[in-house]
Design a protein around this ligand. Sequence first.
Ligand code: PLP
Length: 390
Amino acid sequence: MKKNVYLDNNATTAVAPEVREAMMPFFEELWGNPSSMHTFGGQVKKYIDEARERVASLIGAHPSEIVFTGCGSESDNMAIRGAVEASGGYPHIITTRVEHPAVVGVCRYLEERGCGLTELGVDSQGRLDLDQLKDAITMDTAVVSIMWANNETGVLFPIGEIVEIVKSAGAVLHTDAVQIVGKLPIDVRNTPVDMLALSGHKLHTPKGVGALYIRKGTRVNPLIVGGHQEGGKRAGTENVPYIVGLGRACQIAREHMAEEMVRVKAMRDRLEEGILSSCPDVRINGDREHRLPNTLNVSFEFIEGEAILLLLDELGIAASSGSACTSGSLEPSHVMRAMGVPFTAAHGSIRFSLSRYNTDEDIDYVLEHMPTIVKRLRNISPFVRKPAVS
Ligand code: PLP
């Protein structure tokens, strides 16, 4: 029987019922403007304060260090562009070759306007060489932006060690933590990054809300100017229901992440082992030791990722591929290229990403069908050598 199995949680997640429930009053009776002087609006403000505390508490920050934004991309843009602008001039920026487009885009935008840009490479496991970072950092380096967890492979970068290198050079460290927040515990008191981006829809809020952590004392210019909201750091009347939803999602993550991720990791590992043992010519992309517990990036040699996705989709299984085919290009993703994944494997790379809503039956269902899909596609693959016809 056909099932619906959603394994694309690094793209977006289902809205948690508790989050939806927390948001509802702000579409109904509590729709006032939190900046208004009257009670009708003013009563809403305390819910924003509560949400700010909940977000701060998930990452070990002080509530005054949290700025609500419209998404993870906005948080990344504000952090990097805002810190560059606050530095006055066109400084040097360091990032990596495997960042999300939200970071790549703003860094290249700033490069076009005169900033120096270094993009650090990774090895075949998707790991950074910290000596490369030490060599790249100069007196002119104002901002270093390095993701905490990679969205395609789940590979974790050693942000603790990176903080030390960047701090000793006197630069500002921003980390794109969009994929790690809500999946693994992080604490900016122990890992003192200067800025950190997160996004609600990766941890069970609707799309359209994010936050930027800005350590007290870090100089960042706002991206959106106008009103005095968010302490003057982000103008615009607050998106109250979504902010409240983000607060609730962070509260749930803080309370349940530890036990949920043990379960999620066990399912991910079973999926990985099941695929490895039932499908030949398969490789796991990314450092298996240092990886998000919910992510599996696997290459099926000699077949197209898109073809696998289509057959999975016919069965009701949602995953994603590493190539940029949807954007009209058949190039493998920039992450697979940076890792030097061979062409025949990079094209067949599939990302499965789980959440707390997945079940063991979901994994059984994928494992039941995967070998047949792979066999069927390899039979028609031009890359698989067929026996010569005499
Ligand atoms: N950074 C990473 C690592 C991501 O995975 C994403 C979303 O996929 C973003 C940033 C952008 O977040 P948003 O979709 O909220 O703009």
